[in-house]
Design a protein around this ligand. Structure first.
Ligand code: CS2
Ligand code: MG
Length: 402
């Protein structure tokens, strides 16, 4: 069997998505997500100019060898663009292999380890009353786990909070918009938010929070400690993780569980964090960490240290990634939770899928492959439009982590 076509499809049904479609000489095809939010065209070029021509004539069944060819075989390793492109190839090939086996992907991975997949969704508002309303709405929709973000008094625009009357979408402008940040105001405010959420909703709901790389390690230690009475499921990305050792300091000060990894691309980005038990959840995704092949290796390493998975699932990860992630989650023994930020209805139309939500949980469905398709005709109606993520500055104008 041979690969005869590898085609990149770019569309913007409300937000940009890049999809790779690999077709074989026997007509079987597979698709993979290649979306890198705000840098989509870089991955398109990487695929079209380099990886796609190199795929022609190869046996699509040799998933491991193709992964090694693109990772080990290339002098320039790792990096977000590179690993997203490799992930798209890998996901499409697993889709093909599962179709050839006439199985849903999770069966090929080893079968399911659970009946259903716990997901968390987002609740946010411009202040505490609005945020409490959003939590109530998510709870009514059936979610058992909710990520809570709120506007901060004295900070005009902050990460994770939707514009009035709109759904939250991280890439919001043709050129990066600017936000302002104050760690002091945030730290003084956040515990009161969680105190009120617990007071209104009791202890049963799982609560999560994303710090989005904003704090220094000692500030993160303080926040984790002050949030302990509200027993969060996790505190996410408390500080940038380029220096993995920084997490030692946070760990020394708090028992609030820590989750990291949505911007990681390889096992090396998380190795020290996992081996030193500095985190509780590893959030690497199928699309940004090199596909199912490498996510499996990360999860196996994590399982040795009782670290569980909690894959990134924001709206910039396409339904193709979500489908593949849910098959992975169904199988992976050390599963923790899966993020679910619902796509707009038009996105679900462009990408028809077998996975479905049921009362706070997901199931991947039993279609062969990963169960996600792309309606190419509909996709063609929504051409690419540049959309950038914001940047962030401190009150004195210093550029900060977004
Ligand atoms: C976030 C994302 O979902 C998350 O946890 O951190 O919203 C992130 O900001 C976007 O995926 C960036 O593309
Ligand atoms: Mg995050």
């Amino acid at each position: 069997m041979k690969i005869v076509e590898a085609k990149v499809i770019v569309c913007c049904p409300g937000r940009n998505f890049v999809t790779l479609k690999i077709t074989t000489d026997e007509g079987v095809y597979g698709i993979g997500d290649a979306t890198l939010n705000g840098r989509e065209k870089a991955v398109v070029s990487f695929l079209e100019d380099y990886l796609c021509p190199m795929l022609m004539g190869r046996d699509p069944q040799q998933i491991e060898d193709i992964w090694q060819y693109f990772y080990r075989g290339v002098y320039w390793r790792r990096g977000a663009v590179n690993m997203t492109a490799i992930a798209a190839v890998d996901t499409a090939l697993w889709d093909i292999k599962a179709k050839l086996a006439n199985m849903p992907l999770y069966q090929l991975l080893g079968g399911r380890s659970r009946d259903r997949i716990l997901v968390y969704t987002h609740a946010n508002g411009k202040d505490i009353p609005q945020t409490l309303e959003a939590v109530a709405k998510a709870k009514e929709a059936g979610y058992k786990a909710i990520r809570v973000q709120s506007g901060i008094p004295g900070v005009e625009k902050t990460y994770g909070v939707a514009k009035e009357g709109k759904n939250y979408e991280p890439a919001d402008a043709d050129l990066p918009s600017e936000e302002m940040w104050s760690s002091e105001k945030y730290l003084n405010f956040l515990p009161s938010l969680f105190a009120q959420v617990r007071e209104q909703f009791g202890d049963d709901l799982h609560l999560l929070h994303d710090v989005h790389h904003r704090l220094s390690p000692i500030e993160a230690g303080r926040l984790g400690k002050e949030l302990e009475p509200f027993h969060l499921f996790w505190m996410e990305d408390p500080t940038p993780a380029e220096n993995q050792e920084a997490f030692k300091l946070i760990r020394q000060h708090t028992t609030t569980p820590l989750a990291v990894g949505e911007i990681f691309n390889t096992i090396h980005d998380c190795r020290e964090l996992i081996q030193n038990q500095l985190i509780d959840y590893i959030r690497t995704s199928v699309v940004h960490a090199g596909g199912i092949t490498s996510l499996r290796r990360i999860a196996d390493l994590a399982s040795l240290y009782q670290v569980r998975t909690g894959s990134h699932g924001a709206t910039d990860l396409s339904p193709v990634c979500m489908g593949a992630a849910l098959h992975f989650d169904y199988w992976v023994p050390n599963f923790g939770i899966q993020e679910h930020m619902p796509h707009q209805p038009i996105v679900d139309e462009v990408f028809p899928h077998a996975y479905r939500f049921d009362d706070g949980y997901f199931v991947p469905g039993d279609s062969v492959g990963h169960g996600v398709e792309i309606d190419e005709k509909l996709a063609a109606k929504y051409p690419y439009k540049r959309m950038c993520l914001p940047v962030n500055r401190l009150e004195d104008g210093t550029l900060w982590n977004w």
